[in-house]
Design a binder for this molecule. Sequence first.
Ligand code: HEC
Ligand code: HEC
Length: 214
Amino acid sequence: MNLQSLGRIAAAIVVASISTIAQAQEKGVQVSSHDLKAKTEYCKTCHGIDAQGFRGSYPMPRLAGQQPEYIENQLKAFVEHRRNNPVMFNVAHVLTPAMLAALTTEFKNLNPKPLGGAPTANVAEGKKIYEEGVPSANVPPCASCHGADAKGDGQFPRLAGQLNDYVTRKLTNWDKERGQDKANPDSSTIMQPIAHELTQAQIKSVAAYVSQLE
Ligand code: HEC
Ligand code: HEC
């Protein structure tokens, strides 16, 4: 991807995120601490008691410390079927803008230790990919967007502490799960060529590396 198209996508992202925040503020509705607690507990039944992620019949992603804009963006993508997941469609489509804003703040402030459980053998190779990319395959350094510490920024998600098996699944299935409304392209297009170029071994290494970062 050249810099110009990256710039265009970045500009579109900024506009989209400003409009969601504006919508939440317009409503001006406060969420009671009781309602927020109940909803947060509900999310944690799947996403782990401290929102650090959970391994059930498949990996449930960590939400703790996640960027608010990224969470908002993904919940919207589930509702609009740009991101395919029937469970999260049901969860997301009932959230009011005020509840959404309250939830994203709540998760941003959680900081549990990574769940762990990844094989450690290829962590060093994963670190190299994370920091330097794979120049021969045109893969830019992950750090250039997700941050040197993998904490993310705005629309760029935090990867630190994310479950390695979740990361592996997402990168492997990118084309089938993200950007599913071709008439309404979104920020998932930024990751598409990157997910595509990585080999399965490289995906597993970089997933193992990020999963153990605090
Ligand atoms: C019944 C289980 C369940 C509940 C309850 C649930 N989730 Fe999820 N959530 C999932 C699964 C499974 C995924 C992974 C989807 C995938 O693999 O793409 C997910 C993914 C997400 C993602 C995308 C994360 C990422 O890293 O891209 C967000 C954001 C999210 N959930 C937020 C919430 C919030 C907020 C709540 C509570 C209001 C909630 N979830 C409740 C099962 C659940
Ligand atoms: C040019 C910027 C850019 C680079 C470089 C980049 N990413 Fe991303 N990445 C993004 C954006 C933007 C998203 C959010 C996509 C969306 O909104 O659907 C994302 C999402 C992801 C996700 C999904 C996270 C989740 O919680 O579901 C993973 C995993 C990921 N990137 C891994 C990587 C890895 C590994 C590398 C390096 C090999 C990398 N990224 C390089 C921009 C980038």
